[in-house]
Design a protein around this ligand. Sequence first.
Ligand SMILES: *Cc1c(COP(=O)(O)O)cnc(C)c1O
Ligand SMILES: [Zn+2]
Length: 425
Amino acid sequence: MSSILQCMECAQQYPIQRVIYTCESCGGLLDVNHDFGAIGKTLTRDLFDGRLGAFESPYNSGVWRYKELVLPGVDDRAVVSRMEGNTNLYELPRIAAYAGIDTIFLKHEGENPTGSFKDRGMTTGVTQAKALGMARVACASTGNTSASMASYAARAGMQGIIFLQNQQIALGKLAQGIAFGATCLQINADFDRNMELVQEVSERLGIYVLNSVNPFRLEGQKSIMFEALQQLRWRAPDWIVAPGGNLGNSSAFGKGLREMFEVGLIDRMPRLAIVQAEGANPLYRHFRAGFKDFKPVKAETIATAIKIGNPVNLQKAIRTLEWTSGLVEEVSDQQIMDAKAMIDGVGIGCEPASACSVAGAKKLVERGIIKRGDTVLGLLTGHVLKDPEATIGYHADQLDGISPKYRNRMLQADDDIDEIVRLLQ
Ligand SMILES: *Cc1c(COP(=O)(O)O)cnc(C)c1O
Ligand SMILES: [Zn+2]
């Protein structure tokens, strides 16, 4: 079975052994396309259900369980995996009530090995880097990509190099990059500029770029959809709601859903709602303007994972919106942090960016677009421990411009039994 790199704009093809991220003739983004032709019929629900509970590599991974749809040509022994994926799908009535609907499922991608969905793209990206014989890999990152890349590079015996924006890296993420032994470069520039820098420096030094401009990352991230739909017993929900930053996930979801539909794993396409922070909403603006004259924005939001003003995967995300009859919504930092407090409060927890899913669903219900009886699948993209400062700042009422609606106030007492009893009465 063969795979090929193909330009999404002009259809120019390149062999997958080429180290190339955009089209040489038109600059368009590349897809890794697989020819399902002969084996399409064998990719059945039963095949993938039969691999559930596998103990051995590669099918014990929630990415490689769907190997034929992800990277069919890879030798099983060459796979660099941390048994990523296999994340839980929670049905949460209290969150549904908060959003104003009957049913919501939240798939918690923060339960991946390094605490975010990035591991799903990193297992395929690093596996490809290894197949290409790369010794060094690099990424620009708001934090989670670097945490994930540092881990997988270490597993594969490669040097990971991460370009960190100098401000607002969540502590949990920074700690991981350093702990996993990556070379950490704090650069005095925002994410969007770092994205340009990493591509130029890597080209000069022959380093492999593992940002989501790398199409092999997106092949792994498609598995979020495969696994979620398998957990829903292959019944497509009405809506899928997910945060959008660099738009790698949005892009991967469209491709994955379409391929699932193509080979008959699902009977209909769900609609995708991409949710951005008001202060980092370039896709939202572009969507509202009918996709005319894209303008990057200067990004600012407490949800640092989506603090991106010039998303690399813009064109693929627009394609996804077409394929899924999708739409784009925006939410304020206040709405993000309140929704996060709700998700945290039911005992699940997530990092700020993830809460866009619930905040966005709630807003779309209020606007009458999502209906009460619709089934909604929301994505929680990162773990609650990634950004402890945001969580504690919220509950201590120390975040600029945010007044915590669901505050869990910390109590303090002296070594005095009567006082403690009084406090707890
Ligand atoms: C990377 C990330 C996002 C944004 O995903 P994109 O694919 O860049 O749109 C959202 N939430 C978390 C926690 C992330 O790590
Ligand atoms: Zn092209």
